[in-house]
Design a protein around this ligand. Structure first.
Ligand SMILES: [Cu+2]
Length: 133
């Protein structure tokens, strides 16, 4: 009985310590930092996470073939093909993708313009265009 009492006491003490610890944590966080963020602050973060356009790379075309995005927007190409393809900008206006059948490739467009691209293997017979404005 005495042993049980000691064990219970330890459990209660440990529980109290854990409780105090967890309450203590919230006190030590920088005061109100997340609450001070506005929707305007979050917008570029959300924009960086979510692409402005998603293009599927298939045999042998991009779908959609043309997208229009805002300056600072991101395009994600999702490769869902049996054979290998690429995303190759003719004027080298953005980095080119690896040649692949499956996988993804992303690019953020920070300047306005029209970016024509094609497939590194199938050339201009597989046209694509990103309009940034
Ligand atoms: Cu191709």
């Amino acid at each position: 009985m005495r042993k049980f009492g000691l064990g219970l006491g330890l459990v209660l003490a440990l529980g109290g310590w854990l409780l105090a610890g967890s309450w203590g944590c919230s006190d030590t966080q920088p005061s109100g930092e997340p609450a001070d963020m506005t929707v305007q602050d979050l917008r570029p973060i959300i924009r960086d996470l979510a692409p402005s356009a998603v293009i599927t790379v298939q045999d042998d075309y991009y779908s959609p073939q043309e997208v229009t995005i805002p300056v600072g927007g991101k395009v994600r190409w999702v490769f869902r093909a049996a054979s290998q393809h690429g995303v190759f900008p003719w004027d080298m206006g953005f980095p080119y993708s690896p040649t692949q059948a499956q996988g993804t490739f992303e690019n953020t467009f920070n300047q306005a313009g029209t970016f024509d691209y094609g497939c590194a293997i199938h050339g201009r017979g597989m046209p694509g265009r990103v309009i940034v404005k």
